[in-house]
Design a binder for this molecule. Sequence first.
Ligand code: NAD
Length: 481
Amino acid sequence: MTLPAPKLLIGGTFQDAQGGDRIPVLDPSTGEPFAELARGRSIDVEMAVASAHKAREGAWGRMSAMERGRILSKLAGKILERAQDLAILEARDVGKPLAQARADAIACARYFEFYGGAADKLHGDTIPYQAGYQVMTWWEPHGVTAHIVPWNYPMQIIGRSVGAALAMGNACVVKPGEDASLTALVLGKLALEAGLPEGVLNIVTGYGEEAGAALARHPGIHHISFTGSVAVGQRIQEAAARNIVPVTLELGGKSPQLVFADADLDAALPFLVRAAVQNAGQTCSAGSRILIERSVFDEVASAIAERFSKLSVGPALDDPDVGPIVSAEQKARVEGFVSRGETSGAALLARGKILDDAPKGGFYVAPALFGPVDSKTELAREEVFGPVLSLVPFTGEDEAVAIANGTDYGLVAGVWTRDGSRALRMAKRVRAGQVFVNNYGAGGGVELPFGGVGKSGHGREKGFVGLYGFGTLKTVAVKYE
Ligand code: NAD
């Protein structure tokens, strides 16, 4: 596919950043530059926000929900038509194995399809009130919404937040991650082709401290959807507080999978491994620690180790089990966790294999499996954001819950047991925004409300409920007698 030009999408036009500077884009599979991005700064953000306001005051603000939905559905179709091209671009940009990148493109289309279909299904209430009154509630868009997106799942995250925001009738300004902005620019072009009016979707590429910070603090922004790290999420919430605007924070995780002795291990194993290494472990909801009932610890650990040692690591376009890490900086960070893990005394049970012909300059890390890991150590508590899995033994439900809830995070949890009552007890007691029983992250979850508790963030995206965050409820009380 032809690479998108290093431009910003503002007011329906692809244009250079005002400063004229560019950011090189590296291919994580080779470490070599292969594209460029425009380096947007606050002046570009200013223009993007102004164009979004203008779009809200124009045809977009007057358009019926049904028409908005049709445009989003059309966009979904265009994304599906271009799914393979988008997947190749994402694979090169993020280092994501091709099949995973393709699944992301399809999920992105599904978000626009889902929210396109939902746009005209959202309605308010009529409320019984005093005699002579008619009271009703209306859902209205916030106005102009900001979407600050990380590099790990650009297409999916744009689909879930921009899809819902547009369905509600907002105009958007998107700041994609500086390490992965290329597919965002293609999505912007496809949105225009699908008939989205000019200025409704603006995309400002650039660095977080420049374009991202300027967007977060802009007084013309009425809602911020942020997905990324805890440290930046704290800054975003501070910026939102200054302007008194709502913010959705989708942050990190250290999601546990609880494996009880009565679990169907054959069914569990593929999920346990995939949830840890998908996208090279750079997944907010990665099942990055597995809590295993002590009586079956050795059996489960050796079954996982066998699968781990067979994982192939190589260039994204070759579609290996595990691709490279997104950048040299992230690679060094992940390797730091592995070497500190080794010196902490946790046994390194298995490592995947970097293919011999993988380019030497690529940012590869062989997946690492540690266990048993002390539940109080860094490996068991901190988000690595790489293909590193920790196995932690437990005895009984109480200890399982104490360990599962023993981090600052609470995004997703998995429970593996054949005992239905225990599954429900665990689902109730585990602190997480989503709990999967005898599966994990199945089906991508476009329809399933998603978000965290604790330092995993607040607010919910995905599913029908994801629409509500992008709207505000107006109560209208009419006295007719
Ligand atoms: P990051 O926080 O470094 O960056 C996220 C976005 O914020 C990028 O677009 C970046 O340019 C921008 N940014 C950086 N500094 C900024 C600032 N000062 N002001 C405004 N914007 C700024 O995160 P990342 O490294 O790109 O992504 C990895 C993190 O994202 C992990 O912690 C992961 O768990 C989390 N994540 C969470 C979810 C979820 O849904 N819960 C999904 C994906 C990723």
